[in-house]
Write a protein of this length. Structure first.
Length: 428
C-alpha cells in the first residue's frame, strides 16, 4: 500500500527547509521535495553578497542550534554585523542546515499538486507520485519573475531576467542595459562592469535610493528606543513588520496590499554604492515604452520625465525588475484549486489563516505568496522562523481533525466562492 505522508513540503529553500525541520521535530511524517537552496545556488551570479545582516538570516529549527553564525564559525568565516556575507557562504549554510536539521531532501522537480481522496497527490518529473494528507507550498520566487510589458515580446537572446545568470562573464566586452532600481539591478550592473562588460542602468525613478550604513548593535538605551534594530532594518515600522507579522495579518486587506506594494521598496545596500557610482552610468526618470529586435541588437524606446523620447541600442537587456506573486502563474497547483482559493483583496495571492492555511483545507503557503497576508517579512529569510512554527502548528491542527479533512465531501460542498474579481473562469 502506498505510504501517505502527513505533510509534503514543495520547495527546499529557506522556508521549505525550515518548515521541514519544525515538522520533523513535531513527529510528523514529512517529505521535503525540491533542489535545496536552488534560487541561491543557481540563479545568483558569482560575487553577489547577502544584503541582510547575518544575524537576521538564520533558517529556523526548534532547537535554534543551526544558525548562520554556527555554520560560519566552523569554517573560519566572519558572520559579523555590518559586514556583508558572500551568497556562496549562505548557500553553503542552507545545504548544511538541510543535512543536519530536518528530513533528507528528496531532490526532484514537482510538476503537480492536486486533490485526491482525503488529501493530495503530488506528482514529480520522472519519479513516482507522492500522497500527502497536507501540503505546504514554499516554492520561493522563481515562478514569479516579472518583466516589464515592453520587454515581454523580445526573443530570449535579446532579454533575460537578472535571476537567470550564474556567470556574467558571457557579457565581457558587450554593452548591456540593466532595467530596474533595486539591489538586484544595482549589484548586477556592478558585477557586469567588474566582469568586463559595459553596463548602463535605466530606471523610472528620478533618483536612486541607498540604505544607510549599519548602525552598531550596541547603542545607548535612548537611541535604541528611538530607532530599534530588527531583522528588516532599523526603525519602529520595520520592527513591527519583522517581529509582528501576525499583527499585520489582522489589518484590512486593502491596508495589507498597500504595505506589500510600498514597504521596504527598491534600495541599494550602503556597501555597494561606491563601486556602483564609479563604474555604472545611469539614465534615471525614464520609462521603457517599446523594445524591438534589430539584428543581434535591441532598440529601446524610452520616455523621460518631460516627455522627451530617447532611443538606445544595446547588445542585451537584463530585467532586474523583481518578482510579483500570482497564484495564476503557479502552474504546478491544480487549476480548479487555484480558481477557488480566497484571495487577498483584489490581488493574486491566497488569503491565509493565522497558521498559513489557505481557504482550501490542508493546503498551506509560505514565502513570497504569504507576503500580502503577513507583510514584508515573508519576502526575506528572516520571516522563515515565524512562518515555519506557525504553519506546522496549523498542519497538526488539521491532522487532528479540527474541521473537515481536505477533499472531504463537507469541504467540497462548503468550498468558499472566489473573491470578487477572481471568477473561476478567469485564468491568465
Amino acid at each position: 500500500m502506498t505510504r501517505t505522508a502527513d505533510l509534503v513540503v514543495v520547495g527546499a529553500g529557506p522556508y521549505g527547509l525550515s518548515i521541514g525541520a519544525h515538522a520533523a521535530a513535531a513527529g510528523l511524517d514529512v517529505r521535503v521535495l525540491g533542489r535545496p537552496m536552488a534560487s541561491w545556488r543557481d540563479h545568483m551570479p558569482e560575487g553577489m553578497f547577502l544584503k541582510s545582516e547575518p544575524w537576521a538570516s538564520d533558517l529556523s529549527d526548534p532547537t535554534g542550534r543551526h544558525t548562520l553564525a554556527d555554520y560560519c564559525a566552523g569554517r573560519g568565516l566572519a558572520a559579523e554585523h555590518g559586514h556583508p556575507l558572500p551568497i556562496g557562504a549562505f548557500s553553503g549554510y542552507g545545504l548544511w542546515f538541510a543535512r543536519r536539521a530536518g528530513p533528507a531532501v528528496e531532490e526532484c522537480t514537482v510538476t503537480g499538486v492536486a486533490p485526491q481522496g482525503g488529501g493530495f497527490l503530488v506528482t514529480r518529473e520522472g519519479e513516482d507520485p507522492v500522497h500527502a494528507r497536507t501540503v505546504a507550498v514554499a516554492v520561493g520566487v522563481m515562478p514569479f519573475r516579472h518583466y516589464p510589458r515592453a520587454l515581454r515580446p523580445l526573443p530570449a537572446g535579446h532579454c533575460s531576467h537578472s535571476s537567470g545568470h550564474r556567470d556574467l562573464e558571457r557579457f565581457r566586452g558587450q554593452d548591456v542595459t540593466v532595467v530596474g532600481g533595486g539591489q538586484a539591478a544595482l549589484e548586477t550592473a556592478v558585477l557586469l562592469a567588474e566582469a568586463g562588460a559595459h553596463p548602463r542602468l535605466v530606471a523610472r525613478a528620478g533618483r536612486l535610493r541607498w540604505n544607510t550604513p549599519a548602525k552598531p548593535l550596541s547603542r545607548s538605551l535612548l537611541r535604541t528606543l528611538r530607532d530599534p534594530h530588527s531583522g528588516l532594518g532599523t526603525g519602529w515600522r520595520n520592527w513591527v513588520y519583522a517581529e509582528l507579522p501576525g499583527a499585520v495579518r489582522r489589518l484590512p486587506a486593502g491596508s495589507r496590499e498597500h504595505i506589500f506594494a510600498t514597504a521596504l521598496g527598491p534600495a541599494g545596500a550602503w556597501w555597494l554604492r561606491e563601486r556602483f557610482e564609479r563604474q555604472v552610468p545611469v539614465l534615471l526618470g525614464h520609462r521603457l515604452q517599446r523594445a524591438v529586435p534589430d539584428g543581434a541588437r535591441t532598440r529601446l524606446a524610452l520616455t523621460g520625465c518631460g516627455g522627451a523620447g530617447v532611443v538606445l541600442e544595446t547588445a542585451h537587456v537584463i530585467a532586474a525588475t523583481g518578482f510579483v506573486p500570482d497564484l495564476d502563474r503557479l502552474d504546478l497547483l491544480d487549476a480548479g484549486v487555484r480558481a477557488a482559493l480566497r484571495r487577498v483583496g483584489g490581488g493574486g495571492t491566497p488569503e491565509l489563516t493565522a497558521r498559513f492555511e489557505s481557504s482550501y483545507p490542508g493546503l498551506f503557503f509560505a514565502g513570497l505568496l504569504a507576503a500580502p497576508s503577513f507583510g514584508p517579512s515573508m519576502r526575506f529569510v528572516h520571516g522563515a522562523g515565524f512562518a515555519a512554527g506557525r504553519l506546522v502548528s496549523g498542519v497538526r491542527r488539521r491532522l487532528a481533525g479540527r474541521g473537515p479533512l481536505p477533499g472531504s465531501p463537507r469541504t467540497r460542498t462548503a468550498a468558499p466562492a472566489p473573491a470578487a474579481g477572481h471568477p473561476k473562469s478567469s485564468m491568465r
